[in-house]
Design a protein around this ligand. Structure first.
Ligand code: PLP
Length: 472
């Protein structure tokens, strides 16, 4: 049996062997003292020291029903008793069939096929490749350009990076990427630009209430007829870009634009899918059906890695040909449609219904909003925005001017480190505090989260004093 060392040694091994994601490792090794999580229960995480925290980011925006949920644990065990993994290349497996049927039953009308992969980036990668090959298969290979939004985040594989728009994450890889035209996104005012890696952008990525985005897209499409394969959007909320929220009617307008110009629409609901915005899928808010719906994260309730790209008969039919026609989609991963992940995803959908989770989410949303309301007039808060159980608090140096704190002060990170002492795990996007608990969180714990965040702003003067003195 593997020897599991005590807390101190574990952390030492972590420091010695683990390269953490999205992490400046020098600062991590020199300055941080993170908890080592050993178990979870409902909306709580527990560390090796026995401390309990509210999982305020639902383990990176994916946990739905909480941790250690008997029905979900049981679904994994039941599947383990059958088989852990077998391939979808040349074979079928029971859970992936059951899940595909369930997904098509609940997805926006017109989506009829499920292509599995194993995370959010690959769900997007599949959509981009399918969109391009659709046009190749239809004899229009010149349709190879994509339209995406500035500030967008679609994942970290190179296709997903190509359609991403966060300079600090994506700029360096541009020479490796395919051509994409980026459009400033429509945003709900008030808006404060953020660069999710912590640097203030040289230029704001958009202005509040930007209404020019659709004209910009139209101009691109008219100037380059028959050149574009697809447009990709994070419906309603641009997540990693700073939880930037779109005004109503954006999705409907994009659908209309796409229809007018025969452009395919990719809805990346990796973050917004599975109840996060208050509806099962964000597309439902505006009653649209995309040509591709990318899912992951909440798909398995945050239990296991799994991606799914749903699409329509129109797309499927363009690949449905004699193998010699060269129209096959040659893409797949070893763990595509993993049985354990699919089994837990089916069990999660059962729980949504059994526990009336969307109704619960609507009630908790109000509790969270009420708890954050005191921040709306705070001198260091530019904006509190929320949809469903996604809430974001934009911290600024000056509310009237919107001036940000120096990015290298990492004020958001400082606040998130300190809220741990109050029993809350948060992860910022630059100076945006993100509150995104498991949907099943109890109202009193959502209230507690908000209380801790409100209280945390009273620590700002001390943090600023230390930063100015160069002491932190
Ligand atoms: N798309 C969106 C909208 C996301 O928010 C993310 C991750 O945060 C991804 C894609 C990538 O998902 P993954 O990290 O599972 O590759």
């Amino acid at each position: 049996m593997t020897h599991i060392p005590g807390p101190g040694e574990l952390l030492e091994w972590d420091r010695r062997y683990v390269w953490h994601p999205f992490t400046p490792m020098k600062a991590w090794l020199e300055k941080t003292n993170p908890p080592v999580i050993v178990r979870g229960q409902d909306e709580f995480l527990f560390d090796t020291e026995g401390r309990r925290y509210i999982d305020g980011v639902s383990s990176l925006w994916c946990n739905i029903h909480g941790h250690h949920v008997p029905e979900l644990d049981e679904a994994v065990r039941r599947q383990l008793d059958q088989i852990a993994h077998s391939t979808l290349l040349g074979l079928c497996n029971v859970p992936s069939i059951l899940l595909a049927k369930r997904l098509i039953e609940i997805a926006p009308a017109g989506l009829t096929r499920v292509f599995y992969s194993d995370n959010g980036s690959t769900a997007v990668e599949v959509a981009c490749k399918l969109a391009y090959q659709y046009w190749v298969n239809r004899g229009r290979p010149q349709r190879s350009r994509f339209i995406a939004f500035e500030g967008a985040y679609h994942g970290d594989t190179l296709g997903a990076v190509s359609v991403g728009g966060i300079p600090a994450f994506h700029q360096v890889y541009q020479p490796l990427c395919f051509p994409v035209d980026r459009v400033a996104p429509p945003l709900l005012p008030p808006f404060s630009p953020v660069d999710a890696a912590g640097a203030a952008p040289a230029q704001p990525i958009a202005v509040a209430g930007n209404t020019k985005w659709s004209e910009h897209i139209e101009t691109l499409l008219v100037a380059n007829p028959d050149q574009y394969a697809a447009i990709i959007i994070e419906p309603l909320v641009q997540g990693a870009g700073g939880m930037l929220m779109h005004p109503p009617d954006t999705l409907r307008q994009i659908r209309r634009l796409a229809d007018r110009h025969d452009l395919l629409l990719i809805a990346d609901e990796v973050l917004t899918g599975f109840g996060r915005t208050g509806r099962m899928f964000a597309c439902e808010h505006e009653n649209i059906t995309p040509d591709f719906l990318c899912l992951s994260k909440g798909l398995t309730a945050g239990y296991m890695p799994l991606g799914a790209t749903l699409t329509t008969d129109r797309i499927f039919d363009a690949f449905y040909a004699d193998p010699r026609a060269g129209k096959t989609f040659y893409h797949g991963h070893t763990f595509t449609g993993h049985p354990l992940a699919c089994a837990v995803a089916v069990a999660s959908l059962d729980l949504f219904a059994r526990r009336h989770l969307l109704e619960h989410t609507a009630a908790v949303r109000e509790v969270l909003a009420a708890g954050l309301a005191p921040l709306k007039d705070h001198p260091h808060v530019a904006d509190v925005r929320q949809i469903g159980l996604i809430a974001a608090v934009q911290i600024v140096k000056s509310r009237p001017t919107g001036e940000l704190y120096p990015p290298h002060w990492r004020i958001g990170g400082e606040l998130c480190t300190r809220v741990r002492s109050q029993g809350l795990i948060l992860r910022p996007l630059a100076d945006v505090l993100v509150l995104m608990p498991p949907l099943a969180i109890q109202p009193e714990n959502a209230r507690r989260m908000a209380e801790i965040v409100v209280k945390s702003l009273s620590w700002l003067p001390e943090i600023v004093r230390l930063k100015e003195a160069g002491a932190a």
